[in-house]
Design a protein around this ligand. Structure first.
Ligand code: IPE
Ligand code: IPE
Ligand code: MG
Length: 239
């Protein structure tokens, strides 16, 4: 079945890119761009319910971002900890259900505890499903899923000839989430950088020039609206 001009993307996933360049172009340290970028998140999160977006996924740190200078990585994690502590109560009050995807085993105990705490505190909410991709990489996610699936086969819980796409999905970090309808990337780069390769098979894409610290709720609303003018066919023919 094809879907004609679905009005609103139910799930929007954002690659928040361009913080470093935003700062560098102003003669500021890169971390200043990340700080401004973190401030930008709130506006976009808050605008989702009114726009009809029920699921928002944000790419915050990739499995490849460890390649950056130690100082920047440390600064990013300091910001993330601060963000969870500072915004946690607000997210609870707003009815957001927060969950994290990615490999958290490499993160500090303190951060892991903050993440688990926020997930538990917001578990009963459903006004907005907010997913944060932290130490996330698509190949890493699929590899971990394959490992866990292989374990299930070994235990005799799954038979190899019964494995279908839905089986694999049960082992992904995103289990239970709808696929993103719209994937948006800021700062003019036209690539996924490992973001949701399985889940984006039929996503629409939007690449905007603005760097993430300059990306406003109005720009977000414009992207959400322009999605409504697209025709998704899912392999069928237009009706
Ligand atoms: C995105 O901004 C944030 C993270 C990757 C953590 P960048 O830091 O990649 O900014 P640019 O791409 O260097 O400008
Ligand atoms: C992708 O951006 C990761 C995040 C936004 C968290 P990068 O800036 O790391 O991607 P590349 O290196 O330009 O592909
Ligand atoms: Mg970048």
């Amino acid at each position: 079945m094809y879907e004609v001009k679905s009005e609103t993307p139910r799930h929007v996933a954002i690659i928040m890119d361009g913080n470093g360049r935003w700062a560098e172009s102003r003669g500021l340290p890169r971390i200043a761009g990340h700080r401004r970028g973190a401030d930008r998140v709130r506006e976009v999160v808050e605008s989702c319910p009114d726009l009809g977006v029920s699921h928002l996924t944000l790419f915050a740190f990739s499995t490849e971002n460890w390649k950056r200078p130690e100082q920047e990585v440390q600064g990013l994690f300091r910001l993330l900890r601060r963000y969870i502590k500072k915004e946690g109560a607000r997210l609870v009050a707003e009815g957001a259900r927060v969950r994290f995807i990615g490999d958290r085993t490499r993160l500090s105990r303190e951060l892991q505890a903050l993440m688990a705490g926020l997930e538990a505190q917001t578990a009963a909410n459903d006004r907005l499903h907010l997913t944060v991709a932290l130490n996330y990489g698509g190949r890493d996610e699929l590899t971990r899923a394959a490992q866990r699936l292989a374990e299930a086969v070994r235990r005799g819980e799954v038979s190899p000839d019964e494995i279908g796409p839905e089986t694999l999905e049960r082992f992904l970090d995103t289990v239970g989430l709808p696929d993103p309808d719209l994937i948006l990337r800021t700062s003019g780069e036209h690539r996924l950088s490992g973001f949701l390769p399985w889940q984006s098979a039929y996503s629409e894409f939007s690449f905007v020039e603005a760097r993430w610290p300059d990306f406003t709720a109005e720009m977000f609303a414009a992207e959400v609206r322009s999605f409504g003018r697209r025709e998704r066919r899912f392999g069928a023919i237009a009706g």
